[in-house]
Design a binder for this molecule. Sequence first.
Ligand SMILES: Cc1cc2nc3c(=O)[nH]c(=O)nc-3n(C[C@H](O)[C@H](O)[C@H](O)COP(=O)(O)OP(=O)(O)OC[C@H]3O[C@@H](n4cnc5c(N)ncnc54)[C@H](O)[C@@H]3O)c2cc1C
Length: 380
Amino acid sequence: MHRTLYEPDHEAFRSAFRTFLDREAVPYVEKWEQDGTPDRDFIVKAAEAGFLGFEFAPEHGGLGIDDFRYNAVMTEEVVFSGMAGDTFSMQNDIIVPYLLELTTAEQKARWLPQFVSGSGVTALAMTEPGAGSDLASITTSARREADELVINGSKTFITSGATCDLAIVLVRTGERDGRGTSLVVVENGTPGFERGHPMTKIGRKAQDTAELFFADCRVPVDNIIGEPGRGFGHAIANLPRERLSIAVSAVASARQAYGLALEHTQQRVAFGAPLSNLQSVRMTLGEIHTDILILQEYVDRCVLALNAGELTAEESAGAKFKATDLQWAVVDRVLQLFGGYGYMEEYPIARIWRDARIQRIYGGSNEVMKDLVGRAVVGR
Ligand SMILES: Cc1cc2nc3c(=O)[nH]c(=O)nc-3n(C[C@H](O)[C@H](O)[C@H](O)COP(=O)(O)OP(=O)(O)OC[C@H]3O[C@@H](n4cnc5c(N)ncnc54)[C@H](O)[C@@H]3O)c2cc1C
């Protein structure tokens, strides 16, 4: 069976992006893991090459491309390159819809040029120490004073939080009901806004994750994006795309691990023959191979549904939990097939394994995803 998602233009784009990553990312992955973040130079080069914000209109520095298959190609190639950072998925898949669909012409003119030049790395700050899955409980507040908002509170686990130039922050602007939250853009350097140090994580070490602090941080009311009071609703509208992005990367990671397993089990000799001569090993490979084929097909259909504006919250939640559960099961079984070598940092499967673990937690934990689908099927 051939995969039918992509057309020749997508494959040409893939090849250009792969060449870019081979040159500008692969040699530096170790360094970025030690630094805890990719070099800003790399992000600027990616922007110059047209790999950031290509969905924006040409007058805003983009290419006007409205086809999530290009995003999916990039996500897959980032996984295959071993880069294990969230820069592109965070910027292109998650942030772009907020800046594209919720901003006024004046706001676009302020922020999009920075974004597409790589000088406006953006974070999306929703989670708080006391509110993760239950986002409706956020307490970071924005009090209005004349033409300003005064923000107080903190956010945690924010991707690119230590290095972001802009943060889109979910704040409480009213009561805990459907209209009590807003999305506000806060620029780095604004008095009262502080970015925390990168948090020490067990995986995804080449990507900074940090806390953000707000202490009487004043921003113009004009920094609200979307409808005031509808922040939570805007976030929910964008979550299917975010979750699909995670699903795409999860299947790519499972495929990558499977490729390593095929190679290793045919080379590694035990009891006088390659591991792949053992029936139990072949059964494991056969099962992984088939699971990936089935799930790839579903995730690809979700990509087309997103393009058609038809992807539902439950379809995307299902893709997220199924793909990341499969990813985890596959990378763990593949690490086992590597024996002790799989536990050594110098073997790629070790890094793939530790980088995979977060996928079942962020973007909405898999338990919450399963409940979301369950609620949809029972109509609650
Ligand atoms: C590396 C990393 C990057 C992240 N990036 C960002 C970011 O850029 N922006 C951002 O805003 N957030 C980000 N997050 C936060 C992430 O989205 C949250 O960690 C996640 O939503 C879970 O919230 P929590 O950690 O507070 O866990 P909790 O909500 O406390 O959940 C704890 C456990 O309880 C379970 N649980 C909770 N509610 C239910 C329920 N209703 N039914 C069943 N089980 C439930 C969960 O599944 C989980 O197992 C990131 C997190 C990490 C670790």
